[in-house]
Design a protein around this ligand. Structure first.
Ligand SMILES: [Zn+2]
Ligand SMILES: [Zn+2]
Length: 122
């Protein structure tokens, strides 16, 4: 047989064998980063919405989106509230609104009420 051929065969065999051997060795000695450390643990409690310290939950539903004030103090929706505000002296004759809700006379109130408004998320 041709000795050249025989030598080539051995080299080919060796070349094939070595990477396999090295690869297997490296795999065994090297531990993949992370490992099995990432165990999904049960999250205790999800934060239920944004915390709004200025308003209580009951008041969140109590909102008149039309007039931008809490429904319970919206004199435009509940005209019977008007007398109460007038009695307190909290009334703007010019605009027919409680002074504490008159954004025309008190533009700063608008931001205040907007901050109170329930935010629809999404
Ligand atoms: Zn209203
Ligand atoms: Zn006014």
């Amino acid at each position: 047989m041709n000795p050249m051929y025989r030598r080539l065969r051995i080299t080919a065999l060796f070349a094939c064998f070595v990477p396999m051997s090295v690869g297997g060795c490296e795999c065994g000695s090297k531990t993949p980063a992370g490992g099995a450390a990432a165990t999904p643990s049960a999250t205790p409690a999800k934060p239920e919405g944004p915390t709004q310290p200025l308003i209580k939950k009951a008041e969140i539903a109590d909102w008149c989106p039309e007039h931008g004030v809490p429904e319970s103090i919206c004199t435009r929706c509940n005209t019977e509230l008007t007398d109460g505000f007038k009695t307190k002296g909290d009334w703007c004759d010019k605009h027919g609104l409680p002074d504490s809700q008159c954004f025309d006379c008190h533009p700063e109130l608008k931001a205040k009420f907007e901050a109170m408004a329930p935010k629809s998320r999404g």
